[in-house]
Each structure stands twice: as C-alpha cells, then as structure tokens.
Design a protein around this ligand. Structure first.
Ligand SMILES: [Zn+2]
Length: 120
C-alpha cells in the first residue's frame, strides 16, 4: 500500500518535473527516475536548465526534490522529518516542508521582513 502510494507520488513528481525540463535533459531525468541511476545526470551543470533561469525558484525546488528522490527522503519534511501529507504533495510535488513547518517559516519570514522595515 505505502509503496504504491509512494510510486504514485513519484510518478506525479516526474510529470511535474518534466514540465520544466525539455529535450535531452528530460530524457536523462526520466531515465534516472526509472532506473534510479543518477550518475547519468548532473542537473546543476546542464545548459538547457540554465536557459530556464526565469524558473529559477522552481528549478531549485526541483533540484531539491530530485536530490531527495535520490536519497530516498522524498516526501519527508526537511525540518521535523515527518512525512509530508499526500494531499500536500499532490498540490506541491516539490514541497520540502510539512504544512506546520512551512507555516512556521512563513511567519518567521513575515517577522523578518517587518524587522527589516523597522530597522531599515
Ligand atoms: Zn515539518
């Protein structure tokens, strides 16, 4: 059951990732996701990805998600290590924080921004 769910999520993540990656790199990513052989790909070095600089933030998230897929920690919160809910992963396949930690971070960011405004 759990493995099936995981594979479903991986499949969806793969589809999402494919949207941002084209051509040769896309093929490499798909091969890597299928075989689990990541030696064929070095995302950070790839020129076609650099061309997609407007999607930089997304790419960073994809990179992170790919790293996690590679490490087998995909779907786990970066902060507390809890499993990120499936619902959340379906909406945001690249989510690296659970909803609790994400909200905490957003609150911190708001506080930091306010401090910058006050101090700046
Ligand atoms: Zn968390």
């Amino acid at each position: 059951m759990l493995i099936n769910h995981r594979e479903e999520i991986l499949k969806e993540a793969k589809t999402e990732i494919s949207k941002y990656i084209k051509g040769e790199t896309k093929h490499l990513v798909e091969t890597a996701l299928d075989d689990g052989d990541w030696s064929v790909i070095d995302l950070s070095e790839d020129i076609s990805l650099k061309q997609l600089s407007t999607h930089r933030e997304n790419l960073l998230k994809i990179d992170e998600a790919l790293r996690k897929l590679k490490e087998g920690t995909y779907g786990k919160c970066e902060d507390c290590g809890e499993e990120i809910s499936e619902k959340r992963l379906k909406v945001i396949p690249f989510a690296i924080y659970c909803i609790d930690c994400k909200e905490k971070r957003e609150q911190l960011e708001v506080i930091e921004r306010k401090e910058v405004l006050v101090l700046g």
